[in-house]
Structures are given as structure tokens and as C-alpha cells.
Design a protein around this ligand. Structure first.
Ligand code: ADP
Length: 479
């Protein structure tokens, strides 16, 4: 593929804008620059809102069937360019090609789901207390939506926001993470090709996140903020959104507990853990972060886990059969290394070595830590990397307390063969998502989101659509 193609413009009002100032895009597997995008600023941020505001007039008046047809078309175009988008994603983000393809399909499943769901935005009629009155409830699009997305899912985090927004009749301005802007722009290309009208989707690439996003937060024409990223930035944006009382959805950090009960199927638990823990080299907000294994099954679990972890193949995402790509940058590597060092200093045992000899990129080999205690940094701070810290427990109630003793509440996992325990754990864990014997719960038709400081609102499912809709009550009286 010609790398020249990867010098892309930003997308505003159906046009591709180039700027003198650009941001280089780096391949985390080699540290090589693989392309560039414009470094947008206040001017482009304003142009994007102007375009989205103008487009809202017509887009919000289209029928659900028209919007559904365009979303379907967008879905088809992405499907036809799947390999190309996945390849670019691997080059700028690092995840193995098979995983990148999986992500493009997963991202596209949100477009398909919301194309279908657009036709089911139902209102209500409510019995009135007077015979001369009728109570009607209508759903209307909130207006212009600002979407801020992270680098770990360069495609899915975008479609999970834009697809329901468009289905609802909203228009959008998006700022993708500066590490992974190319995938976002490719999705916009597909939308353009699909005939989604100018101004409905706008993508502003920038290295000055605060500057661009502040323009949107200060603008009263932007009615909704949807953000996926770190908890501190989410809190900052929430504060700023208060001045114009925007509707908000936040998908923030996690610190997922992964509980292996006394009666768990160990093979399934190890498989589920590998799936949850090492997806995207451990860089997802629902990755298992704290692993609690019942004392009775500790030995067999650890043995099977260390074997499975040793077998994971690390390398460039473009190489065949690679399962673990590089981390996103050096800061990520340092953070993970610090957690390993801290755990060892406090008495944990390291199984394996994270060092990848002669590597050109930000690679780390997956490792297991055993003998982990709750005072270690890896049990208190989101890891976002390929380490599996294993602690033990003897009492179910006690492990639930430990699992809940955090400000986070995004995803939790429980492995058990008992129905009673499955309900006991899942109902008492203070988490928005609980995978029972399931290490991969994310799907378009289910509500994804966190409790406590892990976020507000839900993405996916019909709940995700509500986030982009206003409820209008019409009281009608016969006179
Ligand atoms: P991470 O540490 O995973 O990169 P961040 O929360 O820093 O998570 O980033 C998530 C998204 O938020 C990215 O698109 C990033 O550019 C954006 N972002 C970071 N800081 C700010 C800020 N001060 N204002 C607006 N957006 C921001």
C-alpha cells in the first residue's frame, strides 16, 4: 500500500481540508512515521460546528427510513473496504491484523444495529386524567453532538457514538485520538462515499485536544458531549459541559475484577481471562485488571494460566499469527513496568519476563504475577498493559467487598458453575457490565457502560439510542 495515501485531510462539511501544520502518525511497532493529518485548531473546530449545525436542519427532518438506508449504505462501504481499514488500524495502533479486522467488523455492527434501530424510535401515549386531554410523548434528536474518542479502539469508539447519533437524527463533530486519526478519517471517507450528507459527520484531527474540544464545549449549539477516555479528562469535560448544560455520556476508566470461584471450570476461566486480559495487549477499559482466584483452585489455575500466557505470540501486528502487538507508546510501557516493579518490591512473584529483546517498538511480553496483594499499584490503578496479577480469596462475600472497594465500576467477570453463585456475584458487584463465564461481553445490541466513576450513560442497544434523544411531552386539550 502506498504510504502517500496516508497523508489525509480533515473532514468538515463534506470536504477534505489540508493545513500547513500537520501531526505525524507513528507506527508503535517500529516507531516509524507512516503518515500525517492536519493539526486542526480553533478555526476548524468552529467550521465543524457551523457545518453540523447547518446540516442538522435537514438531517433532523429526514425520515427514520431515509437515515436507516444511509447507515446501511455506510455499513456496506465499510464492509467492502474492511481489509484496508484494518491494515491502516494495525499500522497506526499496533493491534494484530486479525484483531483489527475483528474491530472493524465490531465497529460496523453498531452501524448495522442502529440502521435497524432508527426505525424503532417510538413515542408513547399516556392515559390522561381528563377526558378532554391526551398525553403524547415524542422523541426528538438532541442536536449537534460532540464526540471525543480514544486510541485503543480507533474505529469502534467512533461508530458506537456516531451511528446512534445519526440514527436519532443528530449531526456530529468528532475529535479522534491524535495517535489514531487515520482510521477515523477512513470511516469518514466511507460515509462520504455512502452519500451521508455534508456536515452530518465532521472529523477534526488535532494535537491540541483541549483547544478544539473547548470550542465545542463553549458553544451552546452543541447539545451533547459523548466521551470515551480517562477518568480525569472525563471529569474535566463534565465540568466544562456544565456551563451550557449539555447532555453527557462518559465511558471512563475501569479496574475490572476477574473472580474465579471454587467451583469454576478452570479451562474456561483461563480462556476467558486470556480473552479479557490480553485483548489489544491489555489496552481496553474492560480488560481484567485484578484477578481473584479461590485458594482451593489457585495451583491448577496458575499453572494453566502461566502456560497459556507463555504461549502468546508477541510481534508486529502485520506478522502472521501474532496475538500481542506493541503498546501504544513509551509512557504506556513505563507505566506497566512500574506496576511490575512495584508488585515485585512488595512481595509478588513474576512468572516470565516482559522484555522483548531487540525490539524496535513499544513491545512487552505478557507476564503473570502471583502472590499479589491489594496494596500493590496493579490492584489500584488501571494497568492498560499485558500483565495478569493474581491474588487469592477464601470467602465469596469478602472478595465481593474487595472487588467493589474502588471508585471504578465498569466491567467485572465471574467464573462459576453454580447458578446461585452466578446470581450472587453478578447482583452484588457494583459494575455496569458483568461477564458470567464470559470474557468478551461487548456487543452492539447490549448496553455498555459503567457505574460510579467509570461513567455515565450507556452505549449500544436501544439504551444507547436514548442518549441522543430528547423526550418531548405534548399535552393536547380538545377545546
Ligand atoms: P488516554 O490516556 O487513554 O489517551 P485521554 O483521556 O487522555 O486517554 O484521551 C482520550 C481522548 O480525550 C483523546 O481523544 C484525547 O485527545 C482527548 N483529550 C485529552 N485531554 C483532553 C482535554 N483536556 N480536553 C479535551 N479532550 C482531551
Amino acid at each position: 500500500m502506498n504510504q502517500q495515501e496516508w497523508n489525509k485531510g480533515l473532514y468538515v462539511n463534506g470536504e477534505w481540508l489540508t493545513l500547513a501544520e500537520t501531526i505525524p502518525v507513528q507506527n508503535p511497532a517500529t516507531r516509524e512515521v507512516i503518515g500525517s493529518v492536519p493539526d486542526g485548531s480553533v478555526k476548524e473546530a468552529k467550521l465543524a460546528v457551523d457545518a453540523a449545525h447547518k446540516a442538522f436542519e435537514a438531517w433532523s427532518k429526514t425520515t427514520a427510513y431515509e437515515r436507516a438506508a444511509l447507515l446501511e449504505r455506510w455499513h456496506q462501504v465499510i464492509e467492502s473496504r474492511l481489509d484496508e481499514i484494518a491494515f491502516v488500524m494495525t499500522m497506526e495502533q499496533g493491534k494484530p491484523l486479525a484483531e483489527a479486522k475483528g474491530e472493524v467488523q465490531y465497529a460496523n455492527s453498531y452501524i448495522k444495529w442502529y440502521a435497524e434501530e432508527a426505525k424503532r424510535i417510538y413515542g408513547e401515549t399516556i392515559p390522561a386524567s381528563s377526558g378532554s386531554k391526551r398525553i403524547l410523548v415524542q422523541k426528538q434528536p438532541v442536536g449537534v453532538v460532540a464526540a471525543i474518542t480514544p486510541w485503543n479502539f480507533p474505529a469502534a469508539m467512533i461508530t458506537r457514538k456516531i451511528a446512534p447519533a445519526l440514527a436519532a437524527g443528530c449531526t456530529t463533530v468528532t475529535k479522534p485520538a491524535e495517535q489514531t486519526p487515520l482510521t477515523a478519517l477512513l470511516l469518514a471517507e466511507c460515509a462520504h462515499e455512502a452519500g451521508i450528507p455534508a456536515g452530518v459527520i465532521n472529523i477534526v484531527t488535532t494535537s491540541k485536544a483541549g483547544e478544539v474540544v473547548d470550542v465545542w464545549l463553549d458553544d451552546s449549539r452543541v447539545k451533547k458531549l459523548t466521551f470515551t477516555g480517562s477518568t480525569p479528562v472525563g471529569k474535566l469535560l463534565m465540568r466544562k459541559a456544565a456551563d451550557t448544560v449539555k447532555k453527557i455520556s462518559l465511558e471512563l476508566g475501569g479496574l475490572a475484577p476477574f473472580i474465579v470461584a471454587e467451583d469454576a471450570n478452570i479451562e474456561a476461566a483461563v480462556k476467558g481471562l486470556i480473552q479479557s486480559k490480553f485483548r489489544n495487549a491489555g489496552q481496553t477499559c474492560i480488560c481484567a485488571n485484578r484477578i481473584y482466584v479461590h485458594e482451593a483452585v489457585k495451583e491448577s489455575f496458575l499453572q494453566a494460566l502461566t502456560q497459556a500466557v507463555e504461549a502468546l505470540r508477541v510481534g508486529k501486528g502485520t506478522e502472521d499469527k501474532v496475538e500481542i502487538g506493541p503498546l501504544i507508546d513509551d509512557r504506556a510501557v513505563q507505566k506497566v513496568q512500574h506496576q511490575i516493579d512495584d508488585a515485585i518490591a512488595k512481595g509478588a512473584t513474576l512468572h516470565g519476563s516482559p522484555v522483548v529483546e531487540g525490539s524496535t517498538g513499544y513491545f512487552m511480553k505478557p507476564v503473570v504475577l502471583s502472590g499479589v496483594t491489594d496494596d500493590m499499584v496493579c490492584m489500584q490503578e488501571e494497568t492498560f498493559g499485558p500483565i495478569a496479577p493474581v491474588s487469592t480469596f477464601t470467602d465469596d462475600q469478602e472478595v465481593i467487598q474487595r472487588a467493589n472497594a474502588t471508585p471504578y465500576g465498569l466491567a467485572a467477570y465471574v467464573f462459576t458453575q453454580s447458578l446461585t453463585k452466578a446470581f450472587y456475584f453478578s447482583e452484588n458487584l457494583e459494575y455496569g457490565i458483568v461477564g458470567v463465564n464470559d470474557g468478551g461481553p461487548s456487543v452492539a445490541q447490549a448496553p455498555f457502560g459503567g457505574m460510579k466513576e467509570s461513567g455515565l450513560g450507556r452505549e449500544g442497544s436501544h439504551h444507547g439510542l436514548e442518549e441522543y434523544l430528547e423526550v418531548k411531552y405534548i399535552s393536547l386539550q380538545f377545546v
